[in-house]
Ligand binder design. Structure first.
Ligand code: HPA
Length: 276
């Protein structure tokens, strides 16, 4: 396997630092259909992944390929528009890259968003789930391989990957925006995809404690836990998971349903950022 060095990540970060005016404090990784959050930044500067040395390249549908830097209110923010997934062919270790670059740019809070299927039968399409914890039993850790002490220790704690104070703030802000009826809280269960799950897998995931299922996010949050970045996670429920209704699963439906909820989620994210 390939071992990544501090210099490998610094090469990307140093290129970006030359393009931007202000270092970001908060990073937002956008899930499918949430690209509009990037358009809401003021004083925008976009840096294309194609121009960044060593940077992974986006291939997933409905994911652009750029970091957008700018302001939401007083806050200095970077948005990753175009995330990377294991199903694209990237190894778990490679998937540490975006968050390690964020760390080198000065980010101390990360907001991750995703589209997810509801496993919990009390959830509905269009709900927003605040992620309280995650389950990743598939594949290995993004921190496998030689440890880079500059980012964090070899063995690291994952008791509070999702910071309770940020979860509380997100709940308060969702209520302030009258989103209480569609607000849920639960555990995000990672499946690597690109296949959707089978109905039997969804039943197993429910027994294991998953409330929503998706193909992203967990490598980013583990990388953040390793290097000491606070994390808030939001899942946009785009479908009931396999076998719950008679509907078959479709990537196109996920994107289309996601687009219907995206404005609501984008408003909430911007409001949370202003209150961090
Ligand atoms: N399964 C996995 N990933 C997903 C789903 C799902 O049902 N919906 C959106 N992303």
């Amino acid at each position: 396997m390939k071992h990544f060095s501090l210099e490998y990540y610094e090469k990307s970060a140093n290129y970006i630092l030359k393009q931007i005016k202000e270092k970001p404090d908060i990073a937002i990784i956008l899930g499918s259909a949430l690209g509009s959050v990037a358009d809401r930044l003021e004083n925008r500067i976009s840096v294309s992944y194609q121009d960044i040395p060593n940077m992974l390249q986006s291939t997933a549908p409905a994911h652009k390929g750029e970091f957008v830097f700018g302001n939401i209110g007083e806050k200095s923010v970077m948005v990753s528009s175009g995330r990377f997934h294991h199903y694209e062919g990237y190894s778990y270790e490679e998937l540490a890259q975006p968050v390690r670059i964020m760390k080198l740019l000065g980010v101390n809070t990360l907001i991750v968003t995703n589209a997810a299927g509801a496993v919990n039968l009390d959830f509905s399409v269009g709900d927003i789930m605040l992620i309280e914890d995650q389950i990743k039993l598939n594949g290995h850790s993004p921190m496998r391989g030689s440890n880079l002490e500059e980012f964090g220790p070899r063995f690291f704690d994952c008791t509070h990957i999702f910071k309770p104070e940020l979860l509380e703030l997100a709940r308060e802000r969702a209520i302030a925006l009258n989103l209480e009826d569609s607000l849920q809280q639960g555990v995000y269960y990672f499946c690597p995809g690109p296949n959707f799950e089978t109905p039997a897998e969804i039943k197993a995931i429910r027994v294991l404690g998953g409330d929503a299922v998706g193909m992203s996010t967990v490598t980013e949050t583990l990388t953040a836990a390793h290097c000491g970045i606070d994390v808030l996670g939001l899942s946009m429920i785009t479908n009931m998971a396999a076998g719950i209704t008679s509907d078959l699963q479709s990537g196109q439906d996920v994107i289309e349903t996601g687009q219907k909820t995206a404005d609501k989620v984008a408003n909430l994210i911007c409001d949370i950022v202003e209150h961090i």
